[in-house]
Design a protein around this ligand. Sequence first.
Ligand code: PLP
Length: 453
Amino acid sequence: MLSNLAVRDVETLVHPYTNLATFREQGPLVIERGEGIYVYDTAGKPYIEGLAGLWCTSLGFANAELVEAAREQMAKLPFSQIFAGRSHDPAIALGEKLKEIAPAAISKVFFCSSGSEANDTQVKLVWYMNNALGRPAKKKIISRIKAYHGVTIASASLTGLTANHADFDLPIANILHTACPHHYRFAEAGESEEAFATRLAAELEEMILREGPETVAAFIAEPVMGAGGVIVPPRTYFPKIQAVLERYDVMMIADEVICGFGRLGTLFGSTALDIRPDSISVAKALSSAYLPIGAVMIPERMYQAMLDESRKIGTFGHGYTYSGHPVAAAVALKTLEIYERDDIVGHAARVAVPFQRRLKALAEHPLIGEARGMGLVGALEIVADKASKAPYPTAKGVGARCTALALEEGLIVRNLGDSVALCPPLIITEAQVDDMFDRLTRALDGTRDWIAA
Ligand code: PLP
């Protein structure tokens, strides 16, 4: 029996990333409010938000300081553009703060409202820069199979998941995909993590040589892949990839949309995985998702090329109405202040120890083929047979069953196929980590019983 709100929803909304056919029968879980790491449905039932919304509400829900920062800025100046010679304090101060904390030598910051827009902007900036530098052939951008970089035309093209390509005539030209660094799934028999990383770097080099280095402009990567299944690469993967990129003057773009701001126990994921990015995308935890805001952090070389080009043609023809939105910028600034003042990253690193211990212990569960993660993000991959790593048939919907049972236990997690992903707010305590894994273990046991029945 669907509630009144659920019926109105089904009659009204097209939901993102939803099987619209099954959704019509099941309807949504309508969430009414949140506090700390919990959200509450319309019947008042609490749930641990084990995915921090969509990998984003790092400071949890109902943070009074963020609410106040938004209220104050909204009352003072709810909107002003940073187009056409205008600017305002929140955008300037946030830009300065991002430059100060960036994990690379950043010259300038460009604002947008989402991760997709940030990565779309990355593509356009790379193309714009190479046009300005008089090398218009250097346009190809290499992403990876299973990467997630967003859903706008260019960012969906960077994404390496078939669901984002097949029915949309994507990817667009000049976007290529190289191998995914998931050792458990893609290593050859007996291949060590080190040898696997060496092979993937060699495959990338072959791709660059095959395409012609004069046509390859950039490589984009999430430090730890998120929506592709929480894929933690081998330790030496990025240094080996980075060496190849440097040989052929290919830029490294770090997509820090999930990993940025403490998720891996370091302020940026690039630091944790030895990435030396030229350019960086951020969004999500930049404002703890209280308001939509994203940013691209740009190196001096790119800025200089843009400056020269705009001297020639008069304008840099890219930007959004909401670029640098003052209320979103004020909330982001307050978010960064809280991260620093309350040592949220240090807290995340400390709680990550019991989090990873409980996560990895579930590798012993009869359903789990691999338990993987880093910092406060992880995934459990359900398999039909541990030895062969064979999955259950997709149609059986084992991952979806597990997340549905978790919901009954009062835990929100997300299944990516048959991998169950966890990414709680960074403010989670050790006791809450235990509670979360107790609930998840009961959901896994229930899934095992459902399969056996
Ligand atoms: N990049 C990464 C790594 C992401 O995880 C996401 C979203 O999940 C995006 C980009 C796209 O961000 P948005 O959904 O805000 O457009």
